[in-house]
Design a binder for this molecule. Structure first.
Ligand SMILES: [Zn+2]
Length: 313
């Protein structure tokens, strides 16, 4: 059954017997055939016990690795190994049914918001950042002392727009009072154009330029990206979703993972490295004294130079 887990983890839609779909047969798991044109209706059946070759009701037999490779856009020899690994385990954790999301609520920032005031600027300066530079490079703003979105309070926070593929898709906020229960609060799910946990933090312009760098530096949070610069991308925390692994894999072939220097984060860094390596990527794990975001700017610049070589800032 663990071919099913692979399809779940990599976000490939499928049907099984019992799901009420006419193409579902006992012992088989069906996905959309990537080889035939026309209506996509779960024509490609994968035998769950012997999943290496599959059969399309329309266009015949295929190597399952080739089919999944075509769907995900990764080399089929890598996919072959991934299938083999998944067949080694027997536990399936099915997620709740994912409903197609129709975005009836437009993306909106908490109201009111505006340019950074002295409190916001002082907060960023206390963390060793130049507010003017963050405003111009990352488009950050600030919420007021009373600021709401959908009846959720976003008072006194740095407002951080999130872009993906050149489009504003969500936002993150960071408390500046030190008194809020939640340091970080993102856009409500129903207003996100794309769920931020499926993408990476970068700026609209940076993402296009990632191939300029010999590697992409993967960090946990927005402050880490601000510190390390445009060659860095953040995963919004250490619980990394498979969609984010795929987003990384599509963005570059070489990675330095620089998570916070504590055991939980380093454990997640190792898991991320394993997943990226399974997709044929080159991955190195690096650590700094504390969090990348807490480094001195000169220290951070030197670190990036050490990782990427030459003048990469
Ligand atoms: Zn087909």
């Amino acid at each position: 059954m663990s071919i099913e887990q692979l399809l779940i983890d990599y976000g490939i839609p499928y049907v099984v017997k019992g799901s009420g779909h006419s193409h579902a047969t006992p012992g088989w798991i069906n996905i959309h055939c990537p080889f035939c044109v026309g209506e996509r209706d779960f024509h490609l059946g994968i035998p769950v016990k012997k999943p290496m070759s599959s059969h399309c009701w329309r266009c015949g037999s295929h190597s399952t690795a080739n089919a999944i490779s075509k769907i995900l856009g990764f080399p089929s020899d890598k996919i072959y190994n991934i299938i083999k690994n998944y067949m080694g385990s027997t536990v399936v954790t099915r997620r709740g049914k994912i409903e197609p999301r129709v975005n009836i609520y437009p993306l909106k920032f908490p109201q009111p918001f505006g340019t950074l005031n002295t409190v916001g600027k002082r907060y960023l300066e206390s963390r060793g950042f130049d507010p003017t530079e963050l405003i111009s490079q990352w488009g950050i703003q600030q919420t007021g002392p009373v600021s709401f979105l959908d009846k959720i309070s976003y008072s006194n926070r740095i407002l951080i727009p999130i872009h993906w593929d050149g489009e504003l898709v969500s936002f993150q906020t960071r408390d500046i009072t030190g008194k809020a229960d939640r340091k970080y609060m993102a856009c409500p799910l129903k207003r996100e154009v794309i769920n931020h946990k499926t993408i990476l933090y970068t700026s609209a312009n940076n993402q296009k330029g990632w191939n300029r760098y010999p590697a992409l530096v993967v960090v946990e949070g927005v402050f880490d990206v601000w510190r390390l610069g445009p060659c860095a991308a953040a995963t919004f925390g250490t619980s990394i979703k498979m969609e984010q692994v795929l987003a990384l894999a599509k963005s570059h072939d070489r990675f330095f993972v620089v998570f916070d220097n504590e055991s939980q984060a380093q454990g997640e860094a190792r898991k991320l490295a394993v997943k990226l390596k399974a997709l044929g990527k080159i991955v190195f794990i690096e650590t700094v004294k504390t969090d990348p975001g807490d480094m001195d700017q000169s220290e951070a610049d030197y670190f990036i130079k050490y990782l990427l070589g030459g003048n990469q800032m």
